[in-house]
Design a protein. Structure first.
Lengths: 346, 116, 170
């Protein structure tokens, strides 16, 4: 048997080969971990009065860039239409009429009016004075039960029929001191626009945007799997308590529930979803309404409407406008509009 | 050169330890299987109902009695077919030529987001 | 050892290794891993361990895999890559353990098999299936690998005992 020239040389070679061997294994392991399946990037920011989470992945671009572009878009819409903004809507409410409104505002007003008409006013973009009366306009506002006189006065200046809108002239006017509030659809619109922004940068990007429970899908998980969305148990202890599951490849889902903003007085729960007819929190027997729609804006607005309409025949018309409804009633029974079950199968 | 030294016992013990360590966390039975291709989840299969499913990676899987097996594959050796049915989370079916892995997963519901 | 003798011995061992490689592929491997092999062809590595330098052992391990794959017609399959990674890492491990002079053939052989199986699975999981889950197959591979490694060790021991001197002396 040949022997090493000297024992120290031998040791050096043993050491060298040992090092090579170990580094080979380490390299192999690193190679494996680098080739993990497509990773999603999560980013959460506070906009539109809620936490907005963007989860995105792209094979051609940095998901960080995509998320930042999307947040820029959301912030722009928040600044323009958000409740605290001093933009075109505030001006309209101050002056009562406006000429030559821009296309985007025009689109939002038109969409709001269309949804209001479709739902016979169950969704109403003019409820701001009522909302403020109850103290639901802001987290910090003092919440109280207004007296009948106050409600009656407020009802005198609400109702979507008090908006006159001419699309061709770009002219809007408000009568009886009505105030328009696009907060109800601006959140969904912001999500939709953020998705459009991401899609314009990378048409094959996948992921979703979650704006306080209103979820719009950018693209299917890993390109071919549905996003699993849980419907929050309206009487659950925590947000994580889920009663139903929805599988979304595209489109959007939104939920309105009486647990979002409410106060309890004399063991009666007064929540923030007001019935435009009575001016009081809606008492339709619904405690949570979830709507799947083709855009987040529609899903959000129709969820509010479905909550107010309740299990009346009216709600069965909503699928006609592209809104599939799941209602959770006070006794925790669940109603689904035909077609909703398609989204509950994997 | 010796056949066996005292130090060899260490190696044998280490090998046994690895086997026991890896095998000990016995798998759980579950009723959901996931199919991965190239490391990406391509399909989830419910094992509670019997079915035969054609996977577009070139394999046909069969679900029977809560167990899943590959009954046909276009790979040359068809080792995945000869492996038979699995129903536990600890052993996956692997088809290297098709770059496909079928494993049993313990839970169906991993919610990505919650609507509220 | 003179150069001609070394080359002859290396070639002879490689030829035997390739034949063993061919023969062992006829024995069904009971685990569903392509390229999963009994590892009997690593026998020649154990014999070479006693007298050849590391470079030659590495050449031997990779060479017998290539020739063996040519014979079995599986040169361009994922299994081949796994086999090469496995046998090369086994060669390195066995050579190292032999250098320490603290281990017998049995231990060296089993350790080689363990490392070889691990490399095979790592190659499969990182380059081919891209899922770490197939590491769950490792203990079963290790059991089978240990069996064939023990047989290898014994045969190698007998070979070296009977003709080791004539192999390595000029």
């Amino acid at each position: 048997m040949p022997k090493g020239n000297s024992s120290s040389l031998l040791r050096n070679r043993v050491f060298l080969y040992g090092l090579l061997f170990v580094s080979a294994i380490v390299l192999l392991t690193i190679v494996f971990f680098r080739q993990k399946p497509l990773e999603y990037y999560d980013k959460t920011e506070y906009h539109l009065g809620t936490y907005v989470t963007i989860r995105v992945s792209s094979s051609t671009m940095s998901p960080v860039t995509l998320a930042e572009a999307a947040f820029t878009e959301i912030k722009r819409i928040d600044d323009k239409f958000g409740s605290r903004s001093n933009g075109v809507i505030a001006e309209l409410n101050r002056t009562g009429e406006l000429h030559d409104i821009d296309k985007e505002t025009s689109f939002l007003i038109r969409s709001a009016l269309e949804i209001a008409r479709n739902t016979s006013g169950a969704f109403d973009p003019t409820l701001y004075s009522l909302t403020r009366l109850w103290g639901f306009d802001d987290e910090s506002s003092k919440k109280r039960i207004p007296n009948d006189k106050e409600i009656e006065d407020a009802l005198g200046s609400t109702g979507f029929s008090r908006i006159t809108y001419d699309e061709e002239l770009g002219y809007v006017s408000l009568v009886d001191g009505a105030m328009i509030d696009l907060g109800g659809i601006a959140k969904g619109y912001a999500v939709d626009m953020a998705i459009a922004k991401i899609k314009s940068l990378d048409p094959d990007a996948t992921g979703f945007i979650d704006a306080g429970g209103d979820i719009g899908v950018i693209g299917p998980k890993y390109g071919n799997r549905p996003w699993i969305v849980g419907v929050r148990n309206p009487r659950g202890e925590s947000v994580q308590d889920v009663i139903e599951y929805i599988y979304l490849y595209d489109g959007a889902v939104a939920t309105s529930g009486d647990y979002e903003r409410f106060f309890v007085e004399d063991s009666v729960r007064y929540h923030h979803i007001l019935d435009p007819e009575t001016g009081f929190p809606s008492r339709s027997g619904v405690i949570s309404a979830t709507v799947i729609g083709k855009s987040t804006m529609l899903a959000d607005a129709y969820a509010t409407a479905a909550f107010v309409i309740g299990m009346e025949p009216g709600v069965t018309f909503l699928p006609r406008f592209g809104a599939l409804v799941l209602l959770v009633m006070e006794d925790m029974s669940i109603f689904r509009s035909p077609g909703f079950e398609v989204y509950q199968e994997r | 050169m010796k056949f066996f030294t005292r130090n060899d016992i260490l190696i044998v013990i280490a090998a046994f330890a690895i086997v026991i360590l890896f095998v000990f966390p016995r798998g759980k039975a579950s009723s959901f299987a996931e199919v991965y291709h190239d490391g990406r989840l391509v399909r989830t299969i419910d094992l509670s109902s019997d079915s035969e499913i054609f996977l577009d990676v070139g394999m046909v899987v069969k679900v029977q009695d809560g167990r899943i097996s590959v009954i046909d594959s276009d790979c040359p050796e068809k080792l995945c077919v000869s492996q038979g049915a699995i129903s536990m989370t600890n052993i996956p079916i692997v088809c290297v030529p098709n770059r496909t892995l079928i494993k049993i997963v313990s839970s169906q519901f991993e919610v990505d987001a919650i609507t509220q | 050892m003179i150069e001609a003798k070394r080359v002859t011995t290396l070639s002879m061992l490689m030829a035997i290794g390739a034949v063993l490689y061919l023969l062992e592929s006829l024995i069904p491997f009971p685990l569903p891993i392509p390229g999963g092999r009994w590892g009997f062809s690593n026998l020649v590595l154990m014999i070479a361990l006693a007298g050849l330098p590391f470079g030659d052992i590495l050449t031997l391990s990779i060479g017998k895999s290539i020739i063996g794959s040519l014979l079995t017609g599986r040169l361009a399959t994922p299994g081949f890559l796994m086999g090469v990674a496995g046998t090369a890492s086994a060669a390195a491990t066995m050579w190292l353990l032999n250098k320490t002079r603290k281990f017998g053939l049995l231990g060296i052989s089993i350790a080689g098999a363990a490392v070889s199986n691990f490399s095979q699975l790592m190659v499969a999981s990182s380059l081919i299936v891209k899922s770490i889950e197939i590491i769950f197959l490792y203990p079963y591979m290790l059991i089978l690998g240990s069996i064939s490694a023990s047989i290898n060790a014994y045969v190698a021991f007998e070979v070296i005992r009977r003709m080791g001197d004539s192999l390595w002396q000029d």
